[in-house]
Design a protein around this ligand. Structure first.
Ligand SMILES: Cc1cc2nc3c(=O)[nH]c(=O)nc-3n(C[C@H](O)[C@H](O)[C@H](O)COP(=O)(O)OP(=O)(O)OC[C@H]3O[C@@H](n4cnc5c(N)ncnc54)[C@H](O)[C@@H]3O)c2cc1C
Length: 468
């Protein structure tokens, strides 16, 4: 058979990812509020309001029941928010979910403290005993209370280490490991809810609500944090194919696998990767795809910042890879118009390059603004220049030391001192663009500020943060 008659295997088409309906986000928000209302209604049904007009002890106890119920409900919402349920993840994006999870977490913890104080004082007042002896009685003679104390300790450790100052001092892995104690806290609190919490078991309705809520949260974690990643990992058998040094501290890892066209991933998304290259493999690191996903390969590009990213340097072809994902909503599916502008700084270029390769746009309708400390730090220069000539992307490289103040997203010596003016000049007709932004946190805030000041409608600003 000659080369010309040899049959060529068709390239399988990548699976189409269905767009996330915008109402999902509202529906999830409403569901959270409804769950809080259901809990309040169950408390009312358990004569919670009547107890408020009884004696002082009864009042405190009733408020303690309410705060405890809402705290438990918020705890389950917290678990669900981080369970990587695709509907939730794609509606909010991981970075916003992490912020909401944090906010709900602090509310849940404060209500838990209020619950403990109110119940203890309420029981002490009703029993005409002092608070110290009531505390001892509660812990030593009520079913499940010792476990509840352990649950409180676990949740306290999680909350204290999540306060910004403490979090900054901890290594990411230590913080993450401690954070898993939250699951322990949720589990250990259940026995006291069943054995002493009358609102949990008083009626068939409340039993149904609480058991189905716990089952939903546990099921979501098992299916989406464990089952789906394991399934995808085995199905696709991803392995490293090559490692390419891009700049002295940035490298690209290319990976291949079976049936990658069936992986429902879009340019701009990220996975949590675990490379099976020896001790330490169990620690996952999130990386965005740095090129449009192909039917037979994906790739990431990472800056060497610490232990996890540093070990990528020694990866060998053939190394197995565990994947969790795809995650993230920095994709083309939320575009409003036909023009796109990508604004990246440093390693934030990775999802931008993938998006520029993958999105549909006419010649002249795409702009890339790429900020780096120096010309040597620009990654993908060749590939970006090729995109400029082949697909008509206008590329602006902004190099130089960091500026100061609110407009610090520009290099220090940029001719336009004000960020908004510079943006209007670089992206004339800014209002007609969808603007995608990725880079360090403070830099992204400055870009977002400049873009909104320059008149970009908020719905056309799309961002993904590399920190949670
Ligand atoms: C959605 C997302 C996409 C990302 N995409 C890229 C990319 O394309 N290229 C790139 O170079 N970097 C990317 N990052 C950043 C990258 O994940 C971190 O630089 C890397 O995990 C650092 O790990 P380390 O052990 O080398 O450094 P460390 O010194 O351990 O950590 C440095 C910092 O990275 C963060 N970090 C570490 N491990 C994790 C983790 N498992 N999950 C979340 N944050 C962590 C922490 O905030 C920490 O302070 C991305 C991060 C996120 C959240």
């Amino acid at each position: 058979m000659t080369a010309s008659t040899r049959s060529v295997r068709p390239v399988p088409a990548r699976v189409r990812v269905r767009a996330t309906p915008p109402w999902w986000r509202d529906a999830i928000g409403v569901a959270c509020w409804v769950s809080a209302l259901v809990v309040a209604a169950l408390w009312l049904r358990g004569r919670g309001a009547q107890s408020l007009v009884a004696g002082a002890g009864e009042q405190l106890t009733s408020l303690g029941r309410l705060t405890g119920l809402v705290a438990a409900d918020l705890l389950l919402i917290q678990v669900l928010l981080m369970a990587r349920v695709p509907m939730i993840e794609r509606s909010y994006g991981q970075d916003e979910l992490a912020r909401r999870h944090r906010l709900v977490g602090f509310w849940s913890f404060n209500l838990l403290l209020a619950h403990i104080v109110l119940i203890t004082f309420g029981y002490a007042l009703s029993g005409h005993v002092n608070v110290v002896s009531e505390t001892w009685t509660l812990v030593s003679s009520y079913g499940g209370m010792l476990l509840a104390v352990a649950a409180t300790a676990a949740l306290t450790a999680v909350t204290v280490t999540s306060v910004r100052i403490a979090r900054r001092r901890l290594r990411y892995e230590s913080w993450h490991l401690l954070h898993l104690y939250a699951y322990l806290g949720v589990g250990l609190s259940i026995p006291h809810e069943i054995w002493t919490g009358q609102d949990f078991i008083s009626s068939g309705l409340s039993r149904f609500y609480w058991w189905s809520s716990y089952a939903l949260a546990a099921g979501a974690v098992l299916v989406f944090r464990v089952g789906l990643p394991v399934l995808r990992t085995f199905r696709h058998g991803i392995r490293v194919t090559s490692v390419v040094q891009e700049t002295p501290d940035v490298l690209t890892v290319r990976m291949g696998g079976r049936g990658l066209h069936r992986l429902p991933v879009q340019a701009g998304q990220f996975f949590i990767f675990r490379f099976l290259d020896g001790p330490g493999w169990s620690r996952g690191n999130p990386y965005s795809l740095s090129a449009a996903p192909r039917h037979d390969r994906i790739q990431i590009t990472a800056k060497d910042l610490g232990d996890g990213s540093g070990r990528l340097r020694s990866l060998r072809p053939g190394t197995g890879v565990l994947i969790e994902g795809p995650y993230g909503r920095l994709t083309g599916e939320h575009r409003v118009g036909s023009k796109v502008a990508m604004i990246a700084s440093g390693i934030g270029i990775t999802p931008m390059r993938a998006l520029l390769e993958d999105l549909e746009y006419d010649k002249g309708d795409a702009i890339l603004i790429y900020r780096a400390h120096s010309a040597q730090d620009l990654v993908f220069r060749e590939e970006l220049d090729a995109l400029a000539s082949e697909r008509g992307v206008t590329v602006h490289y902004l190099t130089g030391p960091r500026g100061v103040g609110a407009d610090s997203w520009l290099p220090r010596h940029h001719p336009q001192a004000r960020g908004g003016d510079a943006l209007r000049r670089l992206i004339p007709d800014l209002r007609r663009y969808d603007v995608f932004v990725c880079g360090p946190d403070a830099w992204m805030d400055a870009v977002a500020d400049a873009a909104l000041t320059a008149g970009l409608p908020p719905g056309q600003l799309h961002q993904e943060r590399f920190t949670w």
